[in-house]
Design a binder for this molecule. Structure first.
Ligand SMILES: Cc1ncc(COP(=O)(O)O)c(C=O)c1O
Length: 377
């Protein structure tokens, strides 16, 4: 068979229930969505939409160039300053996406002769960034400090970087960040934390998981946050010392060699940041929904996973079963995507339910009622 027989591979994916298709949603209606990352319900907020539209009227749409050429605008600076202040770091640098932030930071900070110690459940962008960096990649068992420390004792390298999600994207559980920072300090390593799912949701003013634990830039030098989830817009940032950020400006290829994001997007994020900081009731409502969902799911005997965050996956196991259950939910009017390998390990398929401050208590009750009718393991 020709090596170019792509159809054979596509067919194999279908047969293994691993084929994926984008689902086109329509803002004017459709199923109730319980799998988005819009945790605070800000993607549709009138003030965020208005900020985007007004700024586009003044600034135009495209930035027309890379940050270091002609694409950088005052709005980008304003956003970076606001993000640094919010997260309690000296400086921040915005990137077009979280994926690009992670690969850019990893490529900039480590290379041949260095080592990246990476939690086995880390997001794909961290895994890809570590691979692209050409550093030695040392995976450690999920949240297992002993395993990490064992590797740190044996792997010699010039720079050693421990990399972890703060809130694991497909599990919803938290990394033991305080302990990881201590391990890092003991071994002269740096800690890089991807807080894509904690930023906006956890901590005082929603400033994220590191802020909720009062971990300083000395303890966790590299903080990555995304803007397309709880902030409801698009993009990402890295926050840290002024020196780190200056280094990334000079070295992060995914910052240097790409068109800067539309400046109006920065205006939208600034508006959404105001809402995140000044309306703590969104987080309080969200936490109540999480508790309501967990209590209800427990009472129904559903296969909950140990998570206290808005990411509340239900363990299914087989990819095929997850797909069947996801389709049944959609027929009942709820969109919950089936998460299957390679996003999660083989045999670890799940329904990744996420809650949002845009949901009501009634929405959660209705979802529980639909879940009760499923045939879950
Ligand atoms: C933990 C984590 N990091 C990074 C990303 C990538 O962010 P973005 O969607 O902005 O590329 C995601 C999800 O998309 C994520 O879940």
């Amino acid at each position: 068979m020709s090596a170019w027989n792509l159809q054979a591979e596509l067919t194999a994916l279908k047969e293994a229930a691993l084929y994926r298709q984008p689902r086109a949603l329509d803002a004017s209606g459709g199923p109730r969505v319980f799998c988005s990352n819009d945790y605070l319900g800000l993607a549709q907020h009138p003030r965020v939409r208005e900020a985007l539209a007004l700024a586009a009227q003044v600034e135009g749409v495209g930035s027309s160039g890379a940050h270091l050429v002609t694409g950088h605008r005052v709005l980008h600076d304003r956003l970076a300053v606001a993000l640094a202040r919010w997260t309690g770091r000296e400086r921040a640098l915005t990137f077009s996406t979280g994926y690009m932030a992670n690969i850019g930071v990893l490529q900039a900070l480590v290379g041949r002769g260095d080592a990246v110690f990476s939690d086995q459940f880390n997001h794909a962008s961290l895994i890809d960034g570590a691979r692209l960096s050409r550093a030695t990649v040392v995976p450690y068992r999920h949240n297992d400090l002993e395993d990490l420390e064992r590797h740190l004792k044996t792997v010699r390298a010039r720079r050693r970087l421990i990399v972890t999600d703060a809130v694991f994207s497909m599990d919803g559980d938290l990394a033991p960040l305080r302990e990881l920072a201590e391990v890092a300090a003991r071994h002269d390593a740096w800690l890089m934390v991807d807080d894509a799912h904690g930023i906006g949701v956890l901590g005082k003013d929603g400033a994220g998981t590191l802020s909720s634990l009062a971990l300083s830039a000395a303890q966790a030098p590299v903080l990555v946050g995304t803007l397309g989830k709880a902030l409801g817009t698009f993009g990402a940032f890295v926050a840290g010392s002024a020196e780190l950020i200056e280094y990334l400006v000079q070295r992060a290829r995914s910052y240097m060699f790409t068109t800067a994001p539309p400046p109006a997007l920065a205006a939208a994020t600034l508006a959404s940041l105001e809402l995140v900081r000044n309306e703590p009731e969104r987080r309080a409502h969200l936490q109540r929904l999480v508790a309501q969902f967990r209590d209800g799911a427990q009472a129904l005997g559903l296969p909950l996973m140990p998570s206290a965050t808005p990411i509340q996956p239900l363990w299914v196991g087989e990819a095929e079963t997850a797909l069947v259950q996801s389709r049944a939910l959609e027929r009942a009017g709820f969109l919950v995507t089936a998460i299957r390998p390679p996003t999660v390990p083989k045999g670890g398929a799940r329904l990744r339910i996420t809650l949002s401050a845009a949901h009501s208590a009634q929405d959660v009750d209705d979802l529980l009622e639909a879940l009760a009718k499923l045939d879950l393991p």
